[in-house]
Design a protein around this ligand. Structure first.
Ligand code: HAM
Length: 423
C-alpha cells in the first residue's frame, strides 16, 4: 500500500494554498502597519524550554509534546507553541537592551501537538502570533487584541466573540488558588486522576479539564475576579476602557483560564459564533505573561501576546461562506503551433514574465483547440496566438478572452503593446 500522510496533518494543495498565502500576507501587512517585526525561531527546542515555559502541569507538556532524543543524547521537542521560543530568543539575544522598546514581534509557522485529531484540531498546525515584551501599559493589551481582530476583520469574518478575563497578579492568584483548593478538596475523588493531581500542584488547571468540564462543581467554582488585588483590578478595568474606546466588543468571562501556565492579568480568546462552525470555536488565544522572561533567566520584563491558527481561521471562513478575493487570473497564455513558434513563444514568455506578467504556455505539444482549453482552465485574460502564418507576418494575434476582440501586434513590440492593453 502507498505510504499515507500522518494522522492530524494535511497537505495544502494548489487551489487551497492561495487562501493561506492571502491570509499570511494580510497578517504580515497588518504587522507592518502596527509595527511588529518578524521573528523566526527553530522548529525544535530543548524540551526543558517548554517544561519550564508552558508549565509541567499543562496538558501540552504532559500529553501532547513530540519529544525526541537526538544522536547526541539531548532531549529535544518539536515546538507546541511560539511564546516560549520568543521569550528564549528575547533573553538570549538580549533584546531587552535594544533601543526600540517595547519589543514588538510576530511569527508565523508550524507548531506540533499530539492531540486527538478532529475538525479544527491538528497535530501539525500553523500559528500566526504576536508578542510584545517590555511594556506593562494596558493600552498595549488593547493593541494586541485589536491586531488579532483586525486580521479577522480584513478577511471578512463577522461572527466573532472576544472573551476576556483577568488572572490577576501573584497575590490575587495565591488567594484564588487557596480558595480553589478549599472548594474542590472535599469532593476531589469525584474528579479524574489528572484533576486529583492538579489539586495541590495547580488547581487552576482543574477549571480547564476537558474530562470534568460538566461536573456540577465547575459552575460555581470561586471566580478569580472576586480575588483580584486592587492593582490587578485597576489594570483590568483600564484594559476594558481601552477596548471600549477602540470600539472592540467583548464579554468578560471569569471562567476563562487558558491552557498554559505562564499567564497573569489579561487573558483572552476570540471565538467564532458562526452557525455551522464545529465544536471547537476558539480561533485565537492570548494573554499577559509578566513573570515568564524572568523564569527563563532574563531580566524582569512584562509580556503579552496571542496566537491563532490559520487552519481555524479558514474553517471560520468556510462557516461564514466567505470567498477570499485573491487573484485567480493569468495575464497571458501563449498558444504556439510548430517548432519555430514554440521557440519564439518561449522568448515572449520570458519577456512577459520579466515585466511581471503572469504568463504560461503549452509544454505538452497539444493541438490548438487543446491549448485554448488549457488557457481557459487557468483563466487566462489574454491568449497570444503564434502559428506559422503569424511568424511569417512577424505578428502575434492577441485575443482578449473577455470581449473576444482580436488584435494583431508586431512581434518585436509585443510586450510594450501588451502593457498598454493591460492598463
Ligand atoms: P493556545 O491557546 O494553546 O495558546 O493556542 C492558540 C491558538 O492556536 C488556538 O486558539 C488555536 O487557534 C490554535 N491551535 C492550538 N492548538 C491547535 C490544534 N491542535 N490545531 C489547530 N489549531 C490549534 C498558545 O499557543 C499561546 N502561545 C498563545 C499566546 C501567545 N499567548 C501569549 N502569547
Amino acid at each position: 500500500m502507498a505510504i499515507q500522510i500522518p494522522r492530524g496533518t494535511q497537505d495544502i494543495l494548489p487551489g487551497e494554498v492561495e487562501k493561506w498565502q492571502f491570509i499570511e500576507n494580510t497578517a504580515k501587512e497588518i504587522c507592518r502597519i502596527y509595527q511588529y517585526k518578524e521573528i523566526r525561531t527553530p522548529i525544535f527546542e530543548h524540551t526543558e524550554l517548554f517544561q519550564k515555559g508552558v508549565g509541567d502541569t499543562t496538558d501540552i507538556v504532559q500529553k501532547e509534546m513530540y519529544n525526541f532524543e537526538d544522536r547526541g543524547g539531548r532531549s529535544l521537542t518539536l515546538r507546541p507553541e511560539g511564546t516560549a521560543s520568543v521569550v528564549r530568543s528575547f533573553t538570549e539575544n538580549k533584546m531587552f537592551g535594544h533601543p526600540n522598546q517595547p519589543v514588538k514581534l510576530f511569527y508565523n509557522g508550524p507548531m506540533f501537538r499530539y492531540e486527538r485529531p478532529q475538525a479544527g484540531r491538528f497535530r501539525q498546525f500553523v500559528q500566526f502570533g504576536a508578542e510584545v515584551l517590555g511594556s506593562e501599559d494596558p493600552a498595549i493589551d488593547a493593541e494586541v487584541i485589536s491586531l488579532a481582530m483586525e486580521l479577522y476583520r480584513r478577511v471578512g469574518l463577522k461572527h466573532l466573540k472576544l472573551v476576556i478575563n483577568s488572572l490577576g497578579d501573584k497575590e490575587s492568584r495565591i488567594s484564588h488558588r487557596n480558595a480553589l483548593i478549599d472548594y474542590f478538596k472535599p469532593r476531589i475523588n469525584e474528579f479524574c486522576s489528572d484533576c486529583q493531581n492538579r489539586l495541590e500542584k495547580n488547581p487552576l488547571r482543574i477549571l480547564d479539564c476537558k474530562k470534568d468540564k460538566d461536573h456540577e462543581l465547575m459552575k460555581s467554582a470561586p471566580s478569580i475576579l472576586d480575588y483580584l488585588s486592587c492593582e490587578s483590578k485597576k489594570y483590568f478595568d483600564e484594559v476594558l476602557v481601552y477596548l471600549d474606546e477602540l470600539e472592540i466588543d467583548y464579554e468578560v468571562d471569569p471562567t476563562l483560564v487558558r491552557g498554559l501556565d505562564y499567564y497573569n492579568h489579561t487573558a483572552f480568546e476570540i471565538m467564532s459564533n458562526a452557525e455551522g462552525f464545529g465544536a471547537i470555536t476558539t480561533l485565537c488565544g492570548g494573554g499577559r505573561y509578566n513573570g515568564l522572561v524572568q523564569d527563563m533567566g532574563g531580566p524582569e520584563t512584562p509580556g503579552i501576546g496571542f496566537a491563532l491558527s490559520i487552519e481555524r481561521l479558514i474553517a471560520a471562513l468556510k462557516a461564514e461562506n466567505i470567498v477570499l478575493p485573491f487573484e485567480k487570473q493569468v495575464d497571458c497564455y501563449i498558444v504556439a503551433l510548430g517548432d519555430q513558434a514554440k521557440h519564439k513563444a518561449m522568448v515572449l514568455l520570458q519577456q512577459l514574465r520579466k515585466s511581471n506578467f503572469s504568463a504560461e504556455k503549452d509544454y505538452l505539444d497539444r493541438k490548438m483547440k487543446a491549448q485554448f482549453k488549457a488557457a481557459d482552465r487557468i483563466n487566462a485574460r489574454f491568449v497570444a496566438i503564434l502559428g506559422e502564418d503569424e511568424l511569417q507576418k512577424e505578428i502575434v494575434l492577441l485575443k482578449d478572452m473577455e470581449s473576444g476582440k482580436q488584435t494583431e501586434i508586431v512581434i518585436n513590440d509585443f510586450v510594450e503593446q501588451f502593457k498598454t492593453l493591460c492598463k
